[in-house]
Design a protein around this ligand. Structure first.
Ligand code: GAR
Length: 211
């Protein structure tokens, strides 16, 4: 790993399929970056195994007593571990806790997230289930910057998928997952390559400035 290489830190609570898509894109050079550290708030999460299988450093860090966010002490430990690992960009990939100010200020403007709906529709938990129950005909996934709200940061990229008449929440989530595995590496690659143009909430991938 060279000193100048762009370094990614991943946070995850689940199976880690988005992590795998990003790790493979890093390994193939599609994302010009390396994965410096994977942290999980779930001791038995698949994402830890998927990282270790690839020889990448991964560890469980206890989240503390809350269910939807990290306890303040834990949040400082997460931030410290990522700073020590020299991380340039924090990439939650199915991390099921809201990040708060000590963490957000340590990585201001350097945290992105993938969400399984077309934001601003259906923020929060189980977004695919919300979209299915609402009866929308098109949904998808969104990569966005993380700010202090819930799934409210500036949007970097979105990819649509159809909702079919015979879909269940599970089949719909599977289709969204497929879109996530394309969109997330694409957005992370653009950030690592310095190709993101940001003007407030307006974000573009490419060399042309956004109006
Ligand atoms: C993904 O669908 C991701 O969008 C979602 O969790 C899943 C994780 O899957 N994230 C959220 O809902 C965040 N609020 P994975 O562990 O296989 O990548």
């Amino acid at each position: 790993m060279s000193e100048t290489e762009f370094r990614i830190g991943v946070l995850g609570s689940g199976t880690g399929s988005n992590f795998v898509a990003i790790a493979e894109a890093c390994a193939s050079g599609t994302i010009p970056a390396s994965i410096a550290l994977v942290l999980s708030d779930v001791a038995e999460a698949g994402i830890i195994d998927r990282a270790r299988e690839r020889g990448l450093p991964a560890r469980y860090l206890a989240p503390g007593k809350f269910r939807t966010r990290l306890e303040e002490e834990a949040e400082s430990q997460y931030a410290a571990a990522l700073v020590t690992a020299g991380v340039d960009l924090v990439v939650p990939a199915g991390f099921m806790r809201v990040l708060k100010s000590p963490f957000l200020s340590a990585f201001e403007g350097r945290i992105v997230n993938i969400h399984p709906s077309l934001l601003p529709a259906f923020p929060g938990l189980e977004a695919w289930k919300q979209a299915w129950a609402y009866g929308v005909k098109v949904t998808g996934c969104t990569v966005h910057f993380v700010d202090s709200g819930v799934d409210s940061g500036a949007i970097i990229g979105q990819q649509t998928v159809p909702v079919l008449d015979d879909d269940t929440p599970q089949t719909l989530h599977q289709r969204i997952h497929g879109a996530e595995h394309e969109l997330y590496p694409k957005c992370v690659a653009a950030i690592a390559a310095g190709k993101l143009q940001v003007a407030g909430r307006r974000v573009a991938i490419g060399t042309k400035a956004v109006a």
